[in-house]
Design a protein around this ligand. Structure first.
Ligand SMILES: [Zn+2]
Length: 466
């Protein structure tokens, strides 16, 4: 442990709490203690927090007072996660329509921290939190970093678009907090030109980070630049991905190039979702002390564990602008099995992506985005070295599903002279999974990245889910 690690933990972090009015130190201690609690004890903590939140909502948030009264519900009826089902779903539209009525009258507006979701996946949503929410967020992140052997004060090289990299934040409290306390040094992924990648590489060498962090696809683009130019990298301990579905191909490439394990995280500021991949890689542990996650159908009926549905969250720490049963817009499933690591919190098995972006076959079965790239291998066999050679001739791809459910697969080859005939097996692979869909392979000059620097490998206009 370096002197900086010690200072950060015992001096800078408490100073950060003092200046911001937050309680990260206290929360982190709590979460460390909760880490190995029995399932029943975690439930007790969650139920207590839920009951207190629901009471607060009924007594001080006009939207919920009206809602409970109109449904004839009392706060006492909601004692646990199972009881939440008597409440309707809170949608983004409901929030926009009732924005002013969703603020608690009991909390001084001076404590509000205005926030909004990024606009890259739809219309931005404005909402509010406070320092309690922020403390939970930071503490949950720090605890996960500890799982991976990172210490507070270890330097992190972050590559991100708008949601984890804002220039105007450089001298703000958050910007300083990030650099001095979290030691999260942020670089832009928006520009994917070779010049920008070289600048990022130079910064990386200078920084000598212990960890790399960012969107899976942005880090993947960076890793491919390093590989293409045969650049040397100083060793890092861990790669942390966040903000989008992590493709197995991205994970594989990142582990190869950075020579370190990749751990994924799934969170959402709106709705207070916090979850981090277990070091055992059996799924993402939900921070159940901070949020309740249900998986439901569109109407809010709870689905059994193992079934893919809408992520529905209740944020146990947001008393300013409370979210009860909020559909965040993602699809995922909860694992039936407990994790073998000994932690008793429930696991998110896989985040399948944004609702409306997920692909379905014409029978309505969702196709996991993580298997989509598998179909670029002959016979779906990515272990065969010969088949890997074929796959490696592809520079980029994008799968597009139209409103009717038919597919167009765009492919950019590394070498335009390459015979296109050898790739038509890909159409068959897709046809076999997307039974009844028409599939067309199209060779293109380029597939542009999104303005945030993310690579968008699948785009769907097909909404089967009812
Ligand atoms: Zn685990």
């Amino acid at each position: 442990m370096s002197l900086y690690n010690i200072f950060d933990r015992f001096v800078f972090l408490p100073i950060g709490d003092f200046v911001y009015g937050s309680s990260v130190v206290k929360k982190l201690k709590e979460l460390r203690k909760y880490d190995y609690l029995e399932g029943k004890d975690i439930q007790d903590i969650q139920n207590k927090k839920l009951q207190s939140l629901v009471r607060h909502c009924y007594e001080t948030v006009p939207y919920y007072t009206k809602l409970f009264d109109s449904l004839g519900i009392t706060p006492e009826q909601i004692k646990s996660r199972e009881d939440l089902a008597i409440l309707p779903i809170l949608t983004k539209q409901t929030i926009r329509d009732n924005y002013d009525d969703l603020f608690s009258k009991a909390i001084n507006p001076k404590r509000w921290r205005k926030s909004s979701t990024g606009g890259s996946t739809g219309m931005p949503l404005k909402f509010c939190t406070d320092s309690l929410e922020w403390s939970s967020w930071k503490a949950s992140t720090l605890r996960a970093w500890e799982w991976y052997g990172l210490k507070l004060g270890d330097k992190i090289f972050s590559l991100g678009g708008s949601s984890i990299n804002k220039k105007k934040d450089f001298f703000s409290f958050k910007g300083l907090y990030d650099r001095i306390i979290m030691r999260n040094f942020k670089y832009s992924s928006a520009d994917v030109s070779d010049e920008a990648m070289q600048r990022n590489y130079d910064a990386f060498i200078k920084l000598k980070p212990k960890a790399v962090r960012g969107y899976g696809s942005s880090l993947y683009i960076f890793a491919r630049y390093i590989e293409k130019n045969e650049l040397q990298l100083p060793p890092v301990n861990v790669v942390l991905t966040t903000g989008e579905v992590l493709m197995p191909e991205y994970r594989r490439k990142l582990e190869e190039i950075f020579n370190a394990p990749v751990y994924d995280a799934y969170g959402a500021g709106d709705g207070g979702i916090l979850s981090h991949e277990c070091p055992k890689r059996e799924g993402l542990h939900i921070t159940e002390e901070a949020c309740i996650i249900e998986i439901t159908d569109k109407q809010g009926r709870v689905l059994p564990d193992g079934e893919v549905g809408f992520v529905c969250t209740t944020d146990l720490d947001n008393y300013v602008f409370p979210f009860l049963r909020y559909h965040v817009g993602d699809m995922a499933y909860i694992k039936k099995q407990k994790c073998s690591c000994g932690r008793h919190t429930r696991l998110i098995g896989e985040v399948m992506g944004r609702a409306g972006k997920l692909m379905y076959n014409k029978q309505g079965v969702p196709i996991s985005p993580t298997v989509l790239p598998m179909m670029f291998y002959p016979e779906l066999n990515y272990h065969n070295p010969e088949y890997q050679k074929v796959y490696n001739k592809i520079d980029k791809f994008q799968i597009r599903q139209d409103v009717k459910g038919d597919l167009v697969i765009l492919i950019k080859l590394k070498d335009n002279q390459e015979s296109q005939d050898q790739f038509y097996y890909i159409e068959d692979n897709y046809r076999n999974h997307f039974v009844g869909s028409e599939v067309e392979l199209r060779f293109v000059e380029d597939i542009p990245t999104l303005p945030s620097g993310k690579e968008d490998y699948c785009v769907s206009e097909y909404e089967y889910y009812q």
